[in-house]
Design a protein around this ligand. Structure first.
Ligand SMILES: [Mn+2]
Length: 336
């Protein structure tokens, strides 16, 4: 960078997130990259999404019709912590064997136990980084990696903001008690989150892939409201109004909300290389209307995560734009 004032309309010059010149210490939104995907069950690559999104982010226009100029508040990404890559390599070595064996640990549970132990370390790391930034009044944003990674962040946020609401965008309910033997699987994240004492209401949107036990768990839980996408699509086909549906989705959520955004909640055309793609889902405009409805309802977005983004160029372009919208609405809903 030269000494001229930063020009948001100029081509990105620096190597910062969105081409911005801020360091994490100067930023309101601090993105914590967590390139971890040891429990990915189907397709791998999301561990490299933070790097791919960083690169793609430089072509996102900084002025946004809906959120204004959130970049002026400062948005930056921390350097990747080398321990995350080490944990990813160690946990994947064991997890791949278990997953390839149909989710059965032929070694009397030793491999699963080792993966769980590593994930407890990862969770503690993510929790500590999140708490660090929350305590400074910043907006933390976790960038995965698979959907197992934000657990520690949501835990930290739920302790800072008791009764925390969760807006969960995903194709999957992620309510499995454990999956393929792993306590902290990507497929269990919302089950584990729902058990955190500081977490209040959870609204799930885009959900179209789940097991019977997950459905029963959701329907019997007084914390969780699952907006099954198949039902929403039927209502829309009958003339229902998406903005009105979004108001219904947001209504039970408390003042403080964390958004956990699995990119596969969107149509596969927007995330072709995500870990576990599912046909159907929110289109781009529907997703934006949902976020805007939440933000303009008076809720405060205290933090968010984005995960399961594939590491191909188009996946990263969409991911970078989702990241900018999430950052923009989080900045816009901060108390003055
Ligand atoms: Mn998913």
């Amino acid at each position: 960078m030269n000494d001229a004032p930063f020009d948001p309309d100029a081509p990105a010059e620096g190597d910062g997130l969105f081409g911005l010149p801020h360091s994490p210490d100067e930023a309101s939104v601090v993105v914590i990259p967590v390139g971890f995907e040891a429990t990915a069950s189907f397709r791998r690559g999301t561990k490299d999404a933070p790097t791919a999104i960083l690169e793609a982010s430089r072509q996102v226009d900084l002025h946004d019709l809906e959120t204004g100029d959130p970049w002026t508040a400062g948005i930056a990404m921390e350097d990747a912590d080398p321990r995350v890559a080490a944990w990813e390599a160690a946990a994947s070595a064991d997890a791949c064997v278990v997953i390839a064996n149909g989710g059965r640990d032929a070694g009397d549970g030793e491999r699963c136990a080792r993966v769980d132990a590593i994930m407890r370390e990862l969770n503690a790391h993510v929790e500590a980084r999140t708490k660090h930034w929350l305590d400074q009044g910043r907006i933390p944003a976790i960038l995965g990696g698979d959907h197992s990674v934000p657990y520690g962040a949501i835990k930290a946020a739920s302790e800072k903001f008791p009764g925390l609401g969760i807006l969960h965008v995903d194709a999957h309910a992620d309510l499995r008690v454990a999956y393929e033997g792993f306590e902290f699987s990507h497929a269990s994240i919302l089950y584990n989150v729902s058990r955190l004492p500081g977490v209040g209401r959870i609204a799930q949107v885009g959900i179209r892939d789940f097991g019977r036990a997950e459905r029963e768990f959701a329907e019997s839980s007084d914390k969780i409201e699952t907006w099954f996408h198949t039902r929403l699509a039927w209502q829309l086909a009958g003339g229902a109004n998406w903005r009105k549906l979004c108001e219904d989705i947001v209504r039970p959520l408390p003042k403080d909300v964390w958004i956990t955004f699995d990119i596969d909640g969107l149509e596969p055309a927007l995330c072709p290389n995500t870990g576990t793609p599912v046909p159907g889902g929110l289109n781009w405009d529907q997703a934006l209307v949902l976020l805007r409805t939440l933000a303009e309802s008076g809720r405060r977005i205290v933090g968010f995560d984005l995960n399961e983004v594939g590491n191909d160029e188009w996946d990263a372009i969409v991911g970078a734009r989702v990241l900018y919208k999430l950052a923009g609405w989080a900045v816009a809903t901060r108390p003055a």
